[in-house]
Structures are given as structure tokens and as C-alpha cells.
Design a protein around this ligand. Structure first.
Ligand SMILES: Cc1ncc(COP(=O)(O)O)c(C=O)c1O
Length: 439
């Protein structure tokens, strides 16, 4: 049956909109036209399949079952799954396996002890964080919207927000004159123009800089957002927590800034996008999570928001990998999970500490390269003081057998992928290439 969503909006979308508007009209105002139209179908194929569950003859399901009723499997596929293919090769529920959704929620509460359990939705499973960001953008972004973000942001935001949804990235200088997070510049962006909808993206530890705000800076960021909300702005805070947990200094926030924003204001909707990709060293598993939090929510509201996001998933990837979710769920239940994770953290911490030493000790570097503030994550950035970063990158490749990323006048260095023993050589090579370019 053909549908024209503009002339006849779905009654299910209308019902969700009614619930959201009733619970928090400000969040309703944040929804894009697409976000208002979308819903997770509770009628149609999914509902009829659910109703037929347990029927003696069940010809509703779009998976192939063998004559004994088990999901068909090719042993060339199944034999690779040492834990057995049972339940893994069929579809996972569209919003994610219930067990991993509640496990991740429990882990969020543990990792962020100041979160109020009733102040957040159940996480929804996406196919990695990029998909989570895109699904969130689906709900809130429309052509002409401005996305406020520090000027040092993950390059893929261009594709995600600008090219896909027609929004513009409205950037502010990430660091102020004292090399701290520039909450003042963010405030200027939030306060420009008459009150209305504002979309902010916060990503800590940040890609590309490897920066996480201090506790005082995080308070300033939240203060500015709350002040803007008090002024009548409705603010969607997209919180990209890809590198959550990888903090290497005291005095910087250990919890996600989501904890501080989720209950901050009724006009603030915090949307946490996170997952195991970097946190659990599981890049190819392609699982992520989206979680909502606001000061004026409630169970029905969160369910409606989950349904909206679920609709965008159903209409794009349909559901995230069952294989991936199952592997992760088993890992989260493993008694070794925490200690294994700690081991990897310590490898990165050791590299981080070594780099701090190198940069402190090699005074001669300062003439050609200057590190931007970094204290967390996978990366750091070096400003090339004379000449072009791209030229330095090419010389590094051609003469020094060394690869880094050039971004404007910066070099992004991933210590996540550089063995400890190569760090001194890496920075020496960068120094020599930068010196060559400047001369
Ligand atoms: C800041 C940031 N967010 C999200 C992602 C993407 O995560 P995923 O691979 O799960 O899509 C990355 C990956 O590089 C990232 O750096």
C-alpha cells in the first residue's frame, strides 16, 4: 500500500507525537519533519508476526526455518561460530536484543554513578556509532539547521550532518587563550539570534584532539547550555562518547557529560551515542547504542522516543547484527571482561605517558610543532608552526616511512595504533619533517 506521509501522517506517528508533546513539548519542537513522521511500526508485518508467535503453523516469519523449525544455517558459516550458531543467525529485534539493552543500561549507570536511573531511556542498539549519530540526526536535523560544534571535530560529521541532512556545521574555536575548552565561544553560538532550536554536538574524549574537559570546564559547558535553555532555547545535545573511559589525567571528567546534561533542564534533550567500537576494542562488530535523557521525560516519553529512533532503524538497517550483539553480551557476562579491558587501557596509558615525556623533554620540537591540549582518547594533534601540515605529512610518508593525518594546519597522531617502542622515532620523524618543510 502506497503512503504519502505528508498528506496522511501515520496514526502511530501521531500517537507518538501526542505522547512526546504531552510529556515534553520542547522536545516535540526539536523534532525535524522526518522525526515527526517516523515511528516504529506496531501494526503490519511485525505485529502480525508477533501475534502468530506460537501458532502451530506459522507462515509469517521472514527467516528460513528447516523442517524441524530451526533457523537454517550453512555449516560453512555456522562452523566458524565456536559458541554455536543457535539464535545468532536469525534476526535480532529491531531495537536490539533486550538483554544487551538492559546490560548496557546497567553498565551506563555503573560507569556514570551520578546518572539517575529514572532519568534515561533504555539504550537502543544501532549498527555502530556512526549509525547511531545518523539515526539521531534523522530525528532532529533538517535542511538549514545549524549544528554547533567545536572546530576540531570528527571529519565524518560533514557527511553525517551536512551532506546527508543539509545542516551546516556552525563551529567555534575549541580552545580559548588559556588552552582550555572554549565554553564562552560555545555560548556565543547558542545565544546568537532569537531563541529557538539549537543542536550541539559534544565529543569527549575528542577526535581529533584527544581532549576531555576538566571538571570545571564541563560545569561551564553545562552552565552555558542551561543558561541558553533558561532563555527559551530548546537544545538537542548529541553526545558522541565513542572514546568513553579512555581518560589519562586526574581532574578531567571521568563520567560522560551526558550525566550532567540528562537531568539539567526540561528544554535540554541529551542524546548519548556510544558503544563498544573503541571502548571495547571491537571496531568490526558494528554495534552502538543511543540513549535519551531529559529533565522532563517519564516512561511513556522515553518509550515514544525509542519508537521514533526504532522507526529510523527499521527503515534503514532494519536491525543491528545479532552475531555482534551476542558476542558482546557474552563478553559483558564474562568474569574476565573488566580485567581484559583494564589491560588494554594500561597499554594506551603507558603510550600516553611516554608521549608526554617525549614532548616535555625534546625542547627543540617547539620551534616547528606545538601539541594541542590532550589528555585522553586515541589521538593528539600537533600544530605545524611553519609550512603546511599536508607537506609534512607527505615528507613523512616519502622519506620517513611514517603515516599521520593532516587536518588543516594540524597533524593528527594516533597513539592508539603506534607501538610503545616506536613512539620516540615517530615524534623525531615528525620533528625532522616539520623542520624540513619550514626551511
Ligand atoms: C568521534 C567518533 N565518533 C564515532 C565514530 C564511529 O564509530 P563506529 O565505528 O562505531 O561507527 C568514530 C570513529 O572513528 C569517532 O572517532
Amino acid at each position: 500500500m502506497q503512503i504519502d506521509p505528508d498528506s496522511s501522517p501515520s496514526p502511530q506517528a501521531a500517537e507518538l507525537n501526542y505522547v512526546i508533546k504531552g510529556a515534553n513539548p520542547y522536545v516535540f519542537d526539536m523534532l525535524s519533519p522526518k522525526g515527526r513522521r517516523i515511528f516504529f511500526p506496531t501494526a503490519g508485518i511485525l505485529a502480525q508476526t508477533a501475534q502468530a508467535a506460537g501458532a502451530g503453523i506459522n507462515a509469517t516469519i521472514g527467516t528460513a526455518l528447516d523442517d524441524a523449525g530451526a533457523a537454517m544455517q550453512l555449516s560453512s558459516v555456522a562452523s566458524q561460530l565456536s559458541g554455536g550458531a543457535e539464535g545468532i543467525l536469525s534476526y535480532a529485534p529491531n531495537l536490539g536484543k533486550p538483554e544487551i539493552r538492559s546490560a548496557w543500561r546497567g553498565m551506563l549507570l555503573e560507569k556514570n554513578p551520578s546518572l539517575r536511573p529514572d532519568g534515561l531511556s533504555l539504550p537502543i542498539v544501532t549498527s555502530g556509532l556512526t549509525h547511531g549519530l545518523s539515526a539521531a540526526a534523522y530525528l532532529f536535523l533538517d535542511g538549514g539547521d545549524a549544528v554547533i560544534t567545536p572546530d576540531l571535530f570528527w571529519e565524518n560529521y560533514n557527511l553525517l550532518f551536512a551532506y546527508a541532512y543539509g545542516a551546516t556545521l556552525d563551529t567555534f574555536p575549541m580552545f580559548n587563550g588559556s588552552n582550555g575548552f572554549n565554553a564562552g565561544a560555545m555560548r556565543d553560538k547558542l545565544f546568537r539570534g532569537p531563541p529557538g532550536k539549537r543542536i550541539v554536538v559534544l565529543n569527549f574524549p575528542n577526535n581529533p584532539t584527544g581532549y576531555t574537559p576538566t571538571v570545571a570546564e564541563a560545569k561551564a559547558i553545562v552552565g552555558v547550555i542551561v543558561e541558553a535553555a533558561d532563555r527559551g532555547n530548546n537544545i538537542v545535545a548529541l553526545i558522541d562518547d565513542a572514546y568513553f573511559g579512555l581518560v589519562f589525567e586526574e581532574g578531567i571528567i571521568k563520567e560522560s557529560i551526558f550525566s550532567m546534561l540528562a537531568g539539567a533542564h526540561e528544554r535540554v534533550l541529551a542524546v548519548k551515542i556510544d558503544g563498544p567500537t573503541k571502548e571495547d576494542y571491537a571496531w568490526g562488530i558494528r554495534v552502538g547504542f543511543v540513549t535519551f535523557g531529559t529533565a522532563r521525560g517519564g516512561a511513556a516519553f522515553y518509550k515514544a522516543m525509542e519508537s521514533k529512533l526504532g522507526g529510523s532503524i527499521r527503515g534503514s538497517t532494519s536491525s543491528a547484527s545479532n552475531v555482534g550483539q551476542t558476542l558482546l553480551l557474552n563478553a559483558y557476562r564474562s568474569p574476565d571482561y573488566e580485567s581484559e579491558k583494564g589491560e588494554k587501557y594500561r597499554i594506551l596509558l603507558r603510550r600516553y605517558t611516554k608521549i608526554k615525556d617525549i614532548l616535555n623533554n625534546r625542547k627543540e620540537y617547539a620551534e616547528y610543532i606545538r601539541p594541542l591540549p590532550f589528555n585522553s582518547g586515541y589521538f593528539l594533534c600537533l600544530r605545524v608552526l611553519s609550512g603546511k601540515a599536508e607537506e609534512v605529512r607527505l615528507i613523512l610518508l616519502e622519506k620517513y616511512d611514517t603515516g599521520v593525518i593532516a587536518l588543516g594546519d594540524l597533524l593528527r597522531v594516533a597513539f592508539s595504533s603506534t607501538p610503545y617502542e616506536q613512539l620516540e622515532k615517530l615524534f623525531d620523524n615528525i620533528y625532522m619533517a616539520a623542520r624540513e618543510v619550514s626551511g
